[in-house]
Design a protein around this ligand. Sequence first.
Ligand code: SF4
Length: 653
Amino acid sequence: MLHGFAGKILHVDLTHRQLTIEEPDEAFYRLYPGGSLMGLYYLWHNTPPGIDALDPRNTLTFAVSAPTGLPVSGQSRCTATCKSPTTHGVADSQAGGFWPAELKFAGFDAIVIRGASETPVYLWVHNGEAELRDAAHLWGHFTHDVDTMLKDELGDPKVEIAQIGPAGEKLSMFAAVMNMSNRAWGRTGVGTVMGSKNLKAIAVRGTQQPQPADKKAVVALSRRGPKLMPERRDVESLGRYGTADAVMGQEGAGGLPTRNWDSGVMGIDEAEAISGERLYLELLRGAGDGAQDKLGRDTCYACIVRCKRVIEAEYRDMALLPEYGGMEYETISTFGSYCGVSDLRAIGYASQLCNMYGVDSISCGATLAWAMECYEQGLLTPAETGGIPLNYGNAEAMVAMLEKTLRREGFGDVLAEGSARAAARLGKGHEYVLTVKGQEIPAHMPHVKRSLGLIYAVNPFGADHQSSEHDPMYHPKLYEGKPEAPGYKRYLAQIGLTTPTAPKAMNPEKVEFALLTQYNYSAADVLGYCQFVFGPSWQLYGPQEMADLLAAATGWDVGVDDVQAIGRRRLNLMRAYNAREGLTRDDDTLPKKLFTKPLSGGRTDGMVLDPAELDAALTMYFELAGWDVETGTPRRATLEEVGLGWVAEALSL
Ligand code: SF4
């Protein structure tokens, strides 16, 4: 008997309006237990090489895993996979909330969507059944309004809804899929692909609880989180201040990307004005009465950390509404420090607009920052921007340009293409574009985290800050004089990492750290684990518990090595898919500006990255991964070792 999984995968052909249910055998689930590992299997088999990402044949999969829906903190995450319109390779994006668990309760491990509808539709999935319904009445509405309309229409407030917003309808290249109107499958253009299919929403609801193989083990693991939480100051702090807690640390290290990465510091007063603490004290719901811990924090299914923000305030005469959540660190940085803006309420309003229209706040904010640098350098004129003075620090201009971008009005129509395409369309500003594989880079600077820079370059779906552990967790200072091994040391040792090295060092130990933690984070994404709960940084659960929960859910005899192997298999399948689509080692690099323009101010003053250092690190990384050092494609022997011999055949390796 298959435990943990629902045992069913829903296939949706939008062109022919056909729905079919597949019941794979256990051998399939063992090789492809969820997330983009499962999604890529379908993407590979359903699509011919080289199709455009907006071709109806593109296959969009939402997949969870065996632990999803169990009453343990940090298990309710789902991955969306397809071919990316941004990178032209694999698209991969995770979101949390309650939708992932509810998909399992509705009776499915994954939804695989092909084709395109001629008219807008939504998918209604409930207790093992599914149907397509007309969505013309939902088209054009903001995300929270659609949430309300669909819950009313389906007669159940507990229905969970994944949807595109108006930006996805207009095929913004950084459109997101939203759930709860504040959780985003944001990166790599998955919302653009869903929009191209005329699929407005996927509503899920059910009562089919997952049946784990070992209920007692699940209960024991579920109790571990609350027991450890008071001892883990970092997790407590994450819960209280959210990911925005990172702002001041980044500023202190010279790693807060400022003015389109001209600097790693905003200045202490400006950084403090957009800090997690300021957000907590001033904007969270209930802050006026000191009740923000009760009213201003939200969570995902069964998670005790409650790190999500709920804000209730005003920006000028506009309301900041609690239903659109609050800002993560990345959003604060891209609309704040990237743009030189220190008005936290303006940033809150920008975040709300992103969630209303449904876009990735990283790529969107970073694209505005790119336009600001072009404007400051005289490459863009007021005539081109519709009279909006796009100077750094001008919060009003930032918000005005954002609104135009979300509506694709005037110059906003150009910016809705993302910075790389916008530069190509205008024929200028290339030197200020900060993308990897066409996607804007997130708000952690390789100048102070060298392994992260390597992962930014090599990651199959563009620069990502949640695809490996960050360098400071491997800092020798953290380990000195601590024979009793703090959590991060214990957890990193479980995956074979025992030789810490400085954050700014790039050496074989650091490359090994990058790759082995990348496998671990990759496995977390496959298994639907939140990296704020399962990871060395936060330390409620580590690699051993990742294996223990998978074993308890499925009854499989799995350990840490098996978890690492799952992560490695996903990474290899992604790289192989990218090779099929024409990506090579030449795509594994960082934006030119990072190699050529020294940072100014703070602890990173004068710093530039060294292209030779990155090149050498890439070669070490490919050797260690078992990939061809010339092309970056997995070798046949490596693919066979990870159970993907058929991929080697398909690529004629
Ligand atoms: S730590 Fe935060 S993001 Fe992760 S599952 Fe818990 S509430 Fe959700």
